[in-house]
Design a protein around this ligand. Structure first.
Ligand SMILES: [Zn+2]
Length: 289
């Protein structure tokens, strides 16, 4: 049985070996080539995927983590020349850092409960009594208190004097600017990640606000005026127990507010340090650290 089988199959094997061996070698070679190519393709694909994910501003994950900012520049009162350039600057800060995308608004139509759902923070460089309906005002308060951000720059405190809920968000009202000159600004909290990069103090040439109604107990002061750098005998100066705060943060319900009184001069807006301060404030207001 064994012999017969051997004989029967031998012939086939003998013929088959000549045919099969090169064919098997070809298959093995083809498979090896295919495997190698596939490995290379996989490696290349992995490298490309990693590069894509790690590349700033282009990764899908980064896109999802980007904050969304609604930047309002509506002047119902005094209009600053810096409003126009500030729009491109804020947009640029978001694009350069990859931290947020900016929607520019020069009217209040976007301030509805429905539309605010598209944003992580709103930013005001405004003046006067903005023409918001009571529903829009409620939507703004609800937006911040429910855990979103508010960022105010310079004349954001020269806004909504007639609406006390706004004072709860921004933290003070503008009350004249006795000085417009080079001053020394003290970093009130040098450990704060928002202003640590500024050191202990710095010089700035800007219009310097003094505040009324500052919510001192519920605000965390980051920057304040060094009063030795200005004329305190100026008749426009009002002495207040909280001094002359120039930047602070506040908790508003579950939300966060950041404000800086600086930002009148275009040169200030164009400064790297001011843009870094705004970036830090915006990130923080959006829930970052
Ligand atoms: Zn100003």
């Amino acid at each position: 049985m064994c012999k017969q089988t051997k004989t029967d199959k031998w012939g086939k094997r003998e013929v088959g070996q000549w045919l099969q061996v090169p064919f098997q070698r070809f298959l093995i070679g083809l498979f090896a080539l295919f495997s190698l190519s596939r490995a290379q393709v996989l490696l290349l694909a992995t490298l490309m995927a990693c590069g894509y994910a790690l590349w700033p501003h282009s990764g899908h994950a980064n896109e999802q983590q980007r904050g969304r900012l609604l930047y309002l520049t509506l002047s119902a009162g005094f209009k600053h020349d810096t409003v126009a350039p500030s729009r491109d600057i804020v947009k640029g800060i978001g694009e350069k850092s990859g931290a947020f995308d900016t929607t520019l608004a020069d009217d209040v139509s976007g301030f509805t409960a429905e539309n605010l759902r598209n944003y992580d923070a709103v930013m005001f460089y405004t003046t006067g009594e903005l023409p918001m309906t009571s529903d829009q005002k409620t939507a703004l308060v609800d937006f911040v208190k429910s855990g979103h951000g508010f960022v105010g720059v310079h004349s954001a405190t020269d806004t909504f004097y007639m609406w006390s809920d706004y004072l709860d968000i921004v933290g003070a009202y503008f009350n004249d600017h006795p000085w417009h000159q080079q001053v020394t600004v003290d970093v009130a909290d040098p450990e704060s990640p928002l202003v640590k990069f500024l050191g202990k103090s710095f010089q700035v040439n800007d219009e310097i606000y003094q505040m009324s109604d500052f919510q001192a107990k519920t605000s965390h002061v980051l920057l304040k005026l060094d009063t030795s750098s200005v004329d305190m005998k100026n008749p426009r100066v009002r002495q207040r127990f909280y001094g002359y705060p120039l930047a602070w943060t506040r908790s508003v319900g579950a939300g966060r507010a950041f404000y800086t009184a600086l930002g009148h001069e275009e040169a200030v807006w164009k400064s790297d340090w001011f843009q870094q301060l705004l970036l830090n404030g915006i990130r923080w207001a959006m829930g970052g650290h």
